[in-house]
Structure formats: structure tokens, C-alpha cells
Design a binder for this molecule. Sequence first.
Ligand code: PMP
Length: 333
Amino acid sequence: MTAIAAGFCGTVGHTPLLEIPSLSSATGCRILGKAEWLNPGGSVKDRAALFMVLAAEAAGKLAAGGTVVEGTAGNTGIGLALVAAARGYRCEIAMPENQSPEKIELLRALGANVRLTPAVPFSDPNNYYHVARRLAEELPNAFWADQFENLANAESHYQTTGPEIWQQTGGEVDGVVMAAGTGGTIGGVTAYLKAQNPHLVTYLIDPQGSGLYNYVTTGSLAAEGSSITEGIGIRRLTANFARARLDGALQGSDREVVEMAHYLLHREGLFVGSSAALNAVGAVRLARKLGPGKTIVTILCDGGNRYQSRLFAKDWLAEKGLQPTAQGLEFLD
Ligand code: PMP
């Protein structure tokens, strides 16, 4: 066997699992993060993008010269644009206009045709999800990836992320916690890990404005407000989220996201995005819930460079009244 990967697609996954030492010592647990920003397209969504394209090819839904269409907050589009290039397809992306300019510019640079849609709720026909579906209907030889309902998304995590966590910890993992966007990661990872060990504790952490915390704790998707986080938090049940096997849910605020993102950068040298920061908040909360001596795994979904003009920009944070002030972890009650 050689150690040479087969192009872009061959380098998706197999990310390091790293300890976040200061969070471990603050909680008495071992806090581990799956370094998903080290995927070749820079996020956890490379895994889903690859599996959705391979599944479409296998099902005869995508053939040479075809077009991959998706509605995406960014990372899935970046993964799809690269997988499409590597496998000979065009890529069309519908994306809400309120996403970070870094992600929009990157998608265009990668060769995707990006259509910005108004940032309207799912019930509005101009929501990016519906725009993508219509686009795929209109274009010849087009395949709509449909990451929310396409179960190849959660399957990518059931077949790769979950097993990697199990192997990297030698099965010594007591809890996992993460946020959900489509629910693919949490669906696949929790289903796989619970099948290995039914006693392993699985939690969702939900941002402000999402309906999933209420759904898990009360059965209702009701939600109010909004969040500065990108790519996570929804107000409907998706097929991928429905695959998740969860013991409970936690919440984290925008203030905690900002403080944690800056804490991880300055204290640990980990430059990660807002969902990864929320996940780290979730890891600390779950550690406190389970008590010392446990191993908790979370997902570090993408890198901070995708949010340089927002989460890591003084002016933007000041405008939102969210300048980080914490010296340590005192922002976590
Ligand atoms: N974090 C970021 C930055 C994302 O873009 C996404 C996907 N939208 C997620 C987390 C959530 O992943 P999933 O879709 O698997 O729930």
C-alpha cells in the first residue's frame, strides 16, 4: 500500500482529532475537537459533498458534462464546487445574500455560478432552498444535491466521521455534542457512535433563533430571534436530522460564540468559525453535566478565515455590541 491519495476526493476526511488542553483542565474532562477545517475544501461539508456526488453518479442522476446544483450557506457549495471540478461537472449555487463575503467570493473564485437570494424564511418561494430546486428543474442534465433531505449527507458521517472518532479515541468516548445545519453531521455521527456504545451520551447544541433545541426538549420547533452563527440552526425537521440519536439539547448565545472563538484563537492557536466555537461551548457544558473524568468530542467545522470580516473584525463586532471581553472562560456560566 502507498500513502498517495487519489486527487481532491481522496483527501476528504481522515482529519486529526485534537485535544483542547485548557478546556480539558478547566473541566476535568478530556475535551477533543475533530479538526474539520483541515479537509481539502476547508470544512466538514466536504464529506457530504463527496458522498452526495458519488451517490448521484451511482444512481445514474449525474453523468459526464452534468451540473451540480445546490442551495447552501457556503461550505457545502465550496465542497461541491471542488468535487464537481475534480469529477468534470459544472456547479450552480443559490445562496442567501447575508452570508459572509469571504464565502461568496471564494465560491465564485472556485468557478461556481453563484446566485444570491434574499435572506427570507423557508416558507418564502425565494428562499435559497426553493431557488436551487427550481434551477435544477430548469437546467439540462442537472442534479439537485438537496443536502437537507438527501441522506447521502448523513451517510458520509456514518461511514467516515463517526468511525474516525471511534478509532481515534480507541472507543474511549463518553459524550459527543455539536450543532446542526442540515443535521447531516449530528445524524450520521450520533447514529454510528450509539450503535457502537448505547451508553455514550449525545447532545445537540443550538444557536439563538433555531427551533431544534425546543424540538429535542419539547417536541415543538417554535423559535424566535436570530444568531450571528452561519450554517447552523434551523426551524424545520430534515431527513438528515431525523437520523440523529440524541439524549438532550443545550443552547449557546452569540456572546458565548464570540468569546469562545476569540478564546480558542488567543489561548489555543485554534482559528475556527462560529459553529466550531458554539460546539466548543457545548463541549464545556456537556463536560460540566457529565462530571470530571469523561472524554467529550465535538466538531470544529470550519476555519476562522471564512469569518475574518465579521467574527474576527473589531468594527463588525462593535456594531453588534459583541466585542469579546473575557480573560478566560468566565463568560460560560
Ligand atoms: N458549521 C458550518 C460552518 C456549516 O457550514 C455547517 C453546514 N451548513 C454546519 C456547521 C452543520 O453541518 P450539518 O449540515 O452537517 O448539520
